[in-house]
Ligand binder design. Structure first.
Ligand SMILES: NC(=O)c1cnc(N)c2cc(Br)sc12
Length: 321
C-alpha cells in the first residue's frame, strides 16, 4: 500500500468512518443493507489498514470499535459513579401536599416544580466522551448496572454523536410503544413463542439482550430526562435541562410543565390520568421535581430516594395484565 502521511490517513478515515457507520446503521436498524457485503468489507478492511498504520487515529465511533456482531456470554457490569436512585411514591393529593409542605418547610418558601410524565419502561444511562456515545447501561441495583452499549447503539432515537463535543452522562427511560408491543407479540404468537405480558417487560427483554441484532429487530424508544454531568454547560433548572437534552439531539417527552407550588399539578395529574390510555406509551404516574437544580442539591437525598422529587402513582391500567 502506498505510504500515507498521517494527514492523508486522517482525511481518508474522516471519509470512510461516516460511510461505514451509515451502511452499518442501515444493516442494524433498517429493513435491509444498502450495499453488498463485499463492498462493505473492502472499505472496512481499508479502514483497518489505515488504523493499523496510525493507531492514534482510532476514534470511539470508528466501525472498528463497534463490536455489534459479538453475542456476549453475559453482560459486562458497569458501576454508576452517581447512583441511579429510585423515587418515593405517593398515591393521593394529601400525600402530595405533605411532600410539598416538607419541601417548603425545609427551604422556607414556595418552590417551582417541573412536572413530568412517569414513563413505564426501564431506566437507562448514556455516557458520551467528546460528543461520542461510549457507554449505555441499565440501572441494575442502582450502583451496578449492565453494560448494554451495543444494544443501545441500535436504538434510532439515541444519538451516537451529540450536536456538541461534550463529555456528559444523561439518563432517561427506554420503553416500547404500545403499537410496537402489539406488533412484536403478534410476531411471537405467529412463531409459537411466549408473548410479553406488557410493554415494560417487552422493553426490558429487548434491551437486556446479549445479541444486539435481536435488540435491533425490535423498535425501542427513549425519553431522556436527566443531565447527570454537565461538562461546563450552564444549566440551572430541570426545565432548562430538558431543553438542553433536546438541543443535543435526545428524544424528550413534550408534556413537561413548570408550576409554582402545587398550583396546576392536580390539573396535570387529572388530565394525564384521563388520557393515558390514548398515549402510545405507558405511563404509571407523574413526577414532580424541584425545578431549581441548586435547590435539589441543597435538599439532597435520603438513604434511598431524593428529597426533591416524588412520583404521584396512577392505579394500574385496566388493560395491564
Ligand atoms: N420524567 C422523569 O423524571 C421520569 C420519567 N419516567 C420514569 N420512569 C422515571 C423514573 C425516575 Br427514578 S425519574 C423518571
Amino acid at each position: 500500500m502506498a505510504d500515507l502521511t498521517k494527514e492523508q490517513a486522517s482525511q481518508e478515515l474522516d471519509k470512510i468512518r461516516p460511510q461505514l457507520n451509515s451502511w452499518r446503521d442501515a444493516y442494524y436498524t433498517k429493513d435491509a443493507p444498502v450495499v453488498e457485503d463485499n463492498v462493505y468489507d473492502k472499505l472496512y478492511n481499508r479502514l483497518l489498514e489505515i488504523e493499523q498504520m496510525y493507531p492514534e487515529l482510532v476514534t470511539p465511533d470508528s466501525p472498528s470499535q463497534q463490536v455489534g456482531d459479538v453475542t456476549l456470554p453475559d453482560f459486562n457490569k458497569v458501576t454508576h459513579d452517581i447512583p441511579m436512585l429510585s423515587m418515593g411514591d405517593v398515591f393521593s393529593e394529601e400525600e402530595l401536599a405533605e411532600f410539598n409542605d416538607r419541601i417548603e418547610k425545609n427551604v422556607g418558601h414556595e418552590v417551582d416544580y417541573n412536572v413530568e410524565l412517569k414513563i413505564d419502561g426501564l431506566s437507562l444511562s448514556l455516557i458520551y466522551e467528546n460528543g461520542i456515545l461510549v457507554q449505555g447501561s441499565t440501572r441494575g441495583n442502582g450502583t451496578i448496572g449492565e453494560n448494554v452499549t451495543e444494544n443501545v447503539k441500535t436504538i434510532k432515537d439515541i444519538p451516537q454523536k451529540l450536536s456538541r463535543p461534550l463529555s456528559i452522562e444523561v439518563r432517561g427511560e427506554c420503553f416500547m410503544s404500545k403499537k410496537e408491543f402489539l406488533r412484536l407479540n403478534q410476531e411471537r404468537e405467529n412463531e409459537g413463542q411466549q408473548v410479553f405480558a406488557n410493554p415494560r417487560n417487552a422493553a426490558a427483554g429487548s434491551l437486556r439482550q446479549l445479541d444486539p441484532k435481536i435488540t435491533a429487530s425490535r423498535k425501542l424508544d427513549t425519553f431522556m430526562y436527566t443531565i447527570v454531568t454537565f461538562d461546563g454547560m450552564d444549566v440551572t433548572t430541570q426545565h432548562q435541562a430538558l431543553e438542553t437534552l433536546k438541543e443535543l439531539g435526545f428524544n424528550v417527552n413534550p408534556t413537561a410543565q413548570v408550576t409554582t407550588g402545587l398550583k396546576g399539578v392536580q390539573n396535570f395529574i387529572e388530565h394525564y390520568g384521563e388520557v393515558r390510555d390514548d398515549l402510545d406509551y405507558g405511563i404509571d404516574g407523574v413526577v414532580l421535581k424541584v425545578d431549581d437544580l441548586a435547590l435539589q442539591q441543597q435538599l439532597g437525598n435520603t438513604v434511598k430516594v431524593p428529597r426533591w422529587e416524588i412520583a404521584y402513582k396512577f392505579p394500574p391500567e385496566q388493560s395491564e395484565t
